[in-house]
Design a protein around this ligand. Structure first.
Ligand code: HEM
Ligand SMILES: [Ca+2]
Ligand SMILES: [Ca+2]
Length: 304
């Protein structure tokens, strides 16, 4: 059972310590923001929010982070967790008292606020997981080609509603995507149309020029063409204009079941923020480890 102020007696300043590290890192590079948010998402959807995604592979174990779906997780998310853990552990009373899973949850809350998103109280009390395997990632993370039914069923498997799924998808209001993740929408889409007809034509042209056919696979582009560095409700306004980058983004507007929610949040930022806080708080409860199912990792990248 998670709760706010979980560390009030063991490490009362933990939230300040983490926030200071995250702020410094944010000032060094904006990528800290999207990298940390996505890391939290990929952690929670595989074996629950237990920092299993942070574990490094060893000679005998291929860890989650080396599964194809996680190879594009930006290093700055991992770095944020490692640095915050070091700062927490440098306080004697706090040493080995705060889980890596909770540090990731706090850092995610902090980067969202730093980039203009809503501030919220974060629930704590997760233990770190005891295993991490690439095989366990199979089928657990959504693909950019997913339709609404596929998105809904994968989020429902984690106790999240369609409304939660739409709110959480708005995390694509910050950050980057590699060209290969949406190339199918701008080249050879179908027999009828080489470009996905749900994509705005001008935007499709811009995507083609930023991502030519044989582009260097390392090239990444902003997912929000308007406010890439602000955590705002622009994501929904973009969808209304056919500027959703992935099929899984644009479908939220093209499917009549989710369109009303997109329209509401495009016009009402406070309503979006409220829904986002509720959804990310729920996501933070997925598969939480307690008792003998977890521990406090000494090194976030290595199982104790
Ligand atoms: C709804 C289904 C989702 C799909 C299909 C999806 C898919 C993707 C893909 C393909 C990328 C680009 C990765 C790359 O090429 O580097 C991406 C990036 C990102 N995703 Fe999602 N995602 C989904 C939901 C979410 C959720 C729920 C969150 C967090 C709450 C999230 C946060 C992010 C962030 C912040 C980035 C940018 C990462 C960076 O710049 O390093 N996504 N997502
Ligand atoms: Ca996990
Ligand atoms: Ca934005």
């Amino acid at each position: 059972q998670l709760r706010q102020n979980y560390y009030a007696n063991t490490c009362p300043n933990v939230e300040t310590i983490v926030r200071n590290v995250v702020r410094t890192k944010f000032q060094q590079t904006f990528v800290t923001v999207p990298a940390t948010i996505r890391l939290f998402f990929h952690d929670c959807f595989v074996q629950g929010c237990d920092a299993s995604v942070v574990i490094a592979s060893t000679g005998t174990n291929k860890a989650e982070k080396d599964h194809p779906d996680n190879l594009s997780l930006a290093g700055d998310g991992f770095d944020t967790v490692i640095k915050a853990k070091a700062a927490v552990d440098s306080v004697p009373a706090c040493k080995n008292k705060v889980s890596c899973a909770d540090i990731l949850a706090m850092a995610t809350r902090d980067v969202i606020a730093l980039s203009g998103g809503p501030s919220y109280a974060v629930e704590l009390g997760r233990l770190d997981g005891l295993s991490s395997t690439a095989a366990s990632v199979n089928g657990k993370l959504p693909q950019p080609t997913f339709n609404l039914n596929q998105l809904n069923s994968m989020f429902a498997a984690n106790g999240l509603s369609q409304t939660d799924m739409i709110a959480l998808s708005a995390a694509h209001t910050v950050g980057f995507s590699h060209c290969g993740k949406f190339a199918n929408r701008i080249y050879n889409f179908s027999v009828q149309s080489s470009v996905d007809p749900t994509l705005d034509k001008t935007y499709a042209g811009q995507l083609q020029s930023m991502c030519p056919r044989s582009v260097d696979p390392r090239i990444a582009i902003n997912m929000d063409p308007n406010t890439p560095n602000t955590f705002d409700n622009m994501y929904f306004k973009n969808l209304q204009q056919g500027k959703g980058l992935f099929t899984s983004d644009q479908v939220l507007f093209t499917d009549r079941r989710s369109k009303p929610t997109v329209n509401t949040w495009a016009n009402n930022s406070p309503a979006f923020q409220k829904a986002f806080i509720s959804a990310i708080t729920k996501m933070g409860r997925v598969g939480v480890k307690t008792g003998r199912n977890g521990n406090i990792r000494r090194d976030c990248g290595v199982l104790n």
